[in-house]
Ligand binder design. Structure first.
Ligand code: OGA
Ligand code: MN
Length: 298
């Protein structure tokens, strides 16, 4: 039996008595049950290798293999194996990225509240980070409970929000942190078109409703820019109040996984002259949140 130690009553739990390097079906079934109740699971002292992490992640669904618009390096070499996002400030040789490196901006955008891959038609279901190098201060990862945030809204407000659809764009959050707009070539744009996502969704395993927000949102369909921004900022502020958030301070060997369908997360700033290195495996949701044949009027 795994040991489930709730960190908060319904949002974050630490999982003990599980060896992620050789996970059995029985133990995975218990982890999966914990994952439907708690949206963030924390494992300590799990120095798994790339292969072991991929095997674990794939138990949750189909591994997301992203065509990254910006990671091209000489010979297309990467610091981490195919199948991972490189969540680090290091280049393919393990050297600190320079200030102007596009890869730095791509990861800097992670410091805004978001949920992974909501800029894809079929967004992320589960993401899993494992930590190889950590910084002594800063560099925490924070999570926001979007089911609790929904539950706390007045019924009248909830009613106004049902049915709204937001446009998510990969480049919005990247432009906010200083990515050069000229670097978004037509090819890079075509790799990442803006996509629609519902604003309110139901988490299948728990049946609980959840706000679905991210810094990738450019607008709400049917609203003008200012009204969209006001609504999205208001809801983001509401959802990221301390009452709904948890901060994870990293130790080497930590593995943290979260449910992108009902959480947001963000990285906190840190001294970038220090290496911080993690790798992330993400599995896709089972389908789009908005039907493929949906078209907006304006
Ligand atoms: C991510 C992410 C934040 C961090 O890996 O998806 O947003 O703390 N990371 O690095
Ligand atoms: Mn992320």
């Amino acid at each position: 039996m795994i040991a489930i130690k709730p960190v908060t009553p319904e949002f974050v739990a630490e999982i003990g008595n599980a060896d992620l390097s050789r996970l059995t079906d029985a133990v995975f079934t218990e982890i999966e049950a914990a994952f439907s109740r708690y949206a963030v699971l924390v494992f300590h002292h799990q120095p798994i290798n790339e292969e072991q992490q991929l095997v674990f992640a794939k138990r949750f669904g189909e591994l997301e293999v992203s065509v990254q618009p910006f990671v091209q390096t000489p010979g297309n070499k990467r610091r981490v194996a195919a199948g991972f996002s490189d969540i680090s400030n290091l280049d393919e040789n393990g050297k600190l990225l320079t200030e102007k490196d596009n890869r730095r901006f791509i990861n800097l955008a992670n410091q805004y509240w978001h949920t992974d891959s909501s800029f894809k038609r079929t967004p992320g279901k589960m993401s899993m980070l494992s930590a190889q190098s950590v910084v002594p201060t800063g560099g925490e990862t924070e999570f926001a409970d979007m089911r609790a945030a929904w539950d706390a809204l007045p019924a009248e407000r909830q009613k106004q929000l049902e049915g709204l659809i937001a446009e998510h764009d990969y480049y919005r959050s990247r432009l906010m942190v200083g990515l050069d707009p000229h670097s978004i070539s037509p090819e890079r744009r075509a790799l990442r078109p803006a996509v629609p996502q519902v604003l309110i969704r139901t988490h299948p395993a728990s049946g609980r409703k959840s706000l679905y927000l991210a810094s990738h949102i450019t607008r709400i369909y049917g609203m003008d820019e200012a009204e969209s921004r006001r609504l999205v900022d208001e809801l983001t502020e509401h959802a990221t109040q301390p009452a709904f958030t948890y901060q994870h301070h990293w130790t080497v060997g930590d593995v943290v996984l979260w449910d992108n369908r009902c959480t947001m997360h963000r990285g906190r700033p840190f001294d970038e002259s220090q290496p911080r290195a993690m790798r992330r495996a993400t599995v896709s949701d089972t389908g789009p949140t908005v039907p493929e044949n949906w078209h907006h009027a304006a």
